[in-house]
Design a protein around this ligand. Structure first.
Ligand code: SDX
Length: 422
C-alpha cells in the first residue's frame, strides 16, 4: 500500500495506509505523535478504528453483516446459537465433535456458586436486571482465582469461555425467578442453550419459543467495535480478567443509546398506543431539536441503510406472534411508525433506519420476557461476541493497554490561595 502524506506544523510526514480484506482503507497514525508531537481528536471515535479484526464485517452503506465471512441471513436461517458462538470465538464452523464438546462444556458450567445466588437474591426483586447480572458476573471471578489472570493459558481460555456462557444464562434466569419470588431453576444438559434458558426461566421448554430465542441470540451475537465490545476490549487491555471485562460490557450495553434501546422502544410504542396511536405526533417530537425525545430503535452509527438484523426480526415478528397466537397492537404501530419515518425527509436525509432494537422487544414480550429484562436478552446473545473480541485482543502479539490522549483546555498554571482569601 502507498503512504499518505501529512503536512502539519511545518513538517511533512508519511503515514502508512492499511487496507482490509473487504477493501476498507485506514490511516495508521501509530507514529504520528512521536514524529510530530500532534495527536488526533475524534469525539465518539466516529472516524477512528481501534483495531484490526477478523471477527465481524459490517458494510453500513449496503446493510451487510457477516460473522467470520458468513452472512447473517444464512446463519439465522441455517445455524444455531452454540454453533455461531463457536464460529465467532474460534474462527471456523465446528465439526460435529467440536460442537458437542463445546455444548458439553457450557452445560458443565451452567451453574453458579450458592454465594452468587445469594448475591442475586440480595437485590430488591424490582432491581433492574442489568445491575444484578453485571454484579453477579464480576462476583464469579472471586470463585475462580486461577482464572483472574489477564494472560490465560490455552487451558484457562478453554475453561473460562464456556464458563461465562454457561453461568450467564443461569444468572439471568435466576434473577428473573428471584423477581417472581421463586428459587433458581435447574439446568438440563440435554437441552440446547436457548431451550435450557427457557427451562431455567419458566420450568418448561416450548420449541417454538426456544427457536425464536435461538435466532435472536444469533442476530445479537456480535457487531464489531460497538460501544460494549469496545468497553470489553478497553477493560481487558489492562489484563483485567474476562469476568470483569464482560461485566463492564454489560454495563455499557445498558445505556438507552445502545442495548438499552430495546426496552425504550417498547416503552415508546406503549406510550404512542396510550396516546391514541398518533405516531405522526411522536415523529414530530423526534425531529424537534428542542425536544430530547429520539425515535428509539432508529438510527445507527454504522448502518446508513436497513440494519439486516431488523429486517429479519421484523419478518420473525409476524411468524412468531401468529405461531404463538399472540395479538400485540404495538406491532402495527411499529410498522406504521417505520413506514412514516422512511418517507419523512428528516429521517431520509439523515439515513435513519430501524436498527436491531426496533422490533426485537415485540418478540421478547410475546415470549413472556418482562420489558426490563430485554437488555439482558441482548447481553445473552452478545456474550460470545464480547468473548471473541476479548480473545482476539489478548492473543494479539502487539496488545497494548488502551490509553487515549487528550487536548487540555483547562486553566494555565496558577498558585494555591488559602481558604481565608477566597
Ligand atoms: C445498538 O454500534 C453498534 O453496532 C450498536 C448495535 C450493536 O449491535 O452493538 O447495533 C446495537 O446500540 C443499536 C442502536 C440502539 N440505539 C437506539 O436506537 C437509540 C436511538 N438512536 C440514536 O440515539 C442514534 O441513532 C445512535 C446513538 C444509534 C447513533 O448515533 P450517532 O451515530 O452518534 O448519530 P448522531 O447522534 O450524530 O445523529 C446524526 C443525526 C442528528 O441530527 P443532526 O444533528 O444531524 O440534525 O441524526 C439525528 C441526530 O439528532 N438522529 C436522530 C436519531 N438518531 C440520530 N433523530 C431522531 N431519532 C433518532 N433515533
Amino acid at each position: 500500500m502507498s503512504n499518505a502524506k501529512l503536512e502539519i506544523e511545518g513538517k511533512t510526514i508519511e503515514l502508512p495506509i492499511i487496507k482490509g480484506s473487504e477493501n476498507e482503507v485506514g490511516l495508521d497514525i501509530s507514529k504520528l505523535r512521536a514524529e510530530t508531537g500532534v495527536i488526533t481528536v475524534d469525539d465518539g471515535f466516529v472516524n477512528t478504528g481501534s483495531c484490526e479484526s477478523s471477527i465481524t464485517f459490517i458494510n453500513g452503506g449496503e446493510g451487510i453483516l457477516r460473522y467470520r465471512g458468513y452472512g447473517i441471513e444464512e446463519l439465522a436461517e441455517k445455524s444455531n446459537f452454540e454453533e455461531v458462538a463457536y464460529l465467532l470465538i474460534n474462527g471456523e464452523l465446528p465439526t460435529s465433535a467440536q460442537l458437542s464438546g463445546f455444548k458439553a462444556k457450557i452445560a458443565e458450567y451452567s451453574t453458579i456458586p450458592v454465594e452468587v445466588k445469594n448475591i442475586i437474591s440480595s437485590f430488591p426483586p424490582e432491581a433492574h436486571p442489568m445491575a444484578v447480572v453485571s454484579s453477579a458476573m464480576v462476583a464469579l471471578s472471586a470463585f475462580y482465582p486461577e482464572l483472574q489472570k489477564g494472560t490465560l493459558t490455552e487451558a484457562d481460555t478453554e475453561k473460562v469461555i464456556p464458563l461465562v456462557m454457561g453461568a450467564m444464562k443461569v444468572i439471568a434466569a435466576a434473577n428473573y425467578r428471584h423477581s417472581k419470588g421463586k428459587t433458581t431453576g435447574t439446568p438440563n444438559g440435554k437441552y440446547n442453550y436457548a431451550q435450557d434458558f427457557t427451562n431455567l426461566m419458566f420450568d418448561k421448554v416450548d420449541d417454538d419459543i426456544a427457536r425464536a430465542l435461538d435466532v435472536l441470540f444469533i442476530l445479537h451475537a456480535d457487531h464489531e467495535q460497538n460501544c460494549s465490545a469496545s468497553t470489553v476490549r478497553v477493560v481487558g487491555s489492562s489484563r483485567a480478567n474476562l469476568f470483569a471485562s464482560v461485566s463492564a460490557g454489560i454495563n455499557a450495553l445498558w445505556g438507552p443509546l445502545h442495548g438499552g434501546a430495546n426496552q425504550k422502544v417498547i416503552e415508546m410504542l406503549d406510550a404512542i398506543q396510550n396516546d391514541g396511536g398518533d405516531y405522526k405526533k411522536w415523529l414530530g417530537k423526534a425531529k424537534d431539536k428542542s425536544d430530547p425525545f429520539r425515535l428509539m430503535g432508529f438510527g445507527h452509527r454504522v448502518y446508513k441503510n436497513f440494519d439486516p438484523r431488523a429486517k429479519i426480526i421484523k419478518k420473525a415478528c409476524d411468524t412468531i406472534l401468529n405461531k404463538l397466537g399472540v395479538q400485540d397492537p404495538i406491532l402495527d404501530i411499529a410498522k406504521g411508525l417505520e413506514e412514516q419515518a422512511l418517507s419523512d425527509e428528516y429521517f431520509v436525509e439523515r439515513k435513519l433506519y430501524p436498527n436491531v432494537d426496533f422490533y426485537s422487544g415485540i418478540i421478547y414480550r410475546a415470549l413472556g420476557i418482562p420489558t426490563h429484562m430485554f437488555t439482558v436478552m441482548f447481553a445473552l446473545g452478545r456474550l460470545p461476541g464480547w468473548v471473541s473480541q476479548w480473545k482476539e485482543m489478548i492473543e494479539s502479539p502487539n496488545l497494548k493497554i488502551c490509553r487515549p490522549r487528550q487536548i487540555y483546555t483547562g486553566s494555565k498554571l496558577r498558585s494555591y490561595t488559602g481558604i481565608e482569601s477566597r
